[in-house]
Design a protein around this ligand. Sequence first.
Ligand code: URA
Length: 208
Amino acid sequence: MTNLHASQHPLVAHKLTRLRDRNTDPKKFRELVREIAALLAYEATADLQITPKKIETPLASLVGTELKEKIGLVPILRAGLGMVEGIWELMPTAEVWHIGLYRDERTLKPVEYYNKLPIEPTVSVCLILDPMLATGGSAVATVDVLKRWGVKKIKFVGLIGAPEGISALQIAHPDVPIYLAAIDERLNEHGYILPGLGDAGDRQFGTG
Ligand code: URA
């Protein structure tokens, strides 16, 4: 499907390999998550709407460009948190709205435990941030929440996707483009992506 974008950028591939390495410590892991997230967000925002803006340079007048859309970053707690900082460097005025979902270990289904979205949407485009698109349950549930909130333009940005999670999200929300650093082989019986990188939350927060 055309809404799936796996980055072809050599920097992303290089950094992702270091991220996957079991010998990468949490400090380096967090740094790599930030950097890859920023590179992917750059790709994911290539179609943002713009409007002309007149300014004066020290030498002349110029009609330049201003972003028209208000961007919301929506990290899925907790693993998505590490992706915010890198993207914020590029888009410092983006709003950040946290969504808390945990995966029930028995059913592998998402359970919502944190959502403080106001009644009316305050942004026009949302980037959902979650490093691992595994079963797709959390991603589908988060898009459901954002659509109910009234956001028209939603994109998913993750580091690694499994074919199972990608198709679950594409089937439930074919209008949501998916941006990833890589597409891996499959899920194991515990819902982890193979070869993957292990538990993205534990590896960032040193809790593994
Ligand atoms: N969540 C993770 O952190 N890693 C996986 O491989 C799958 C889900």
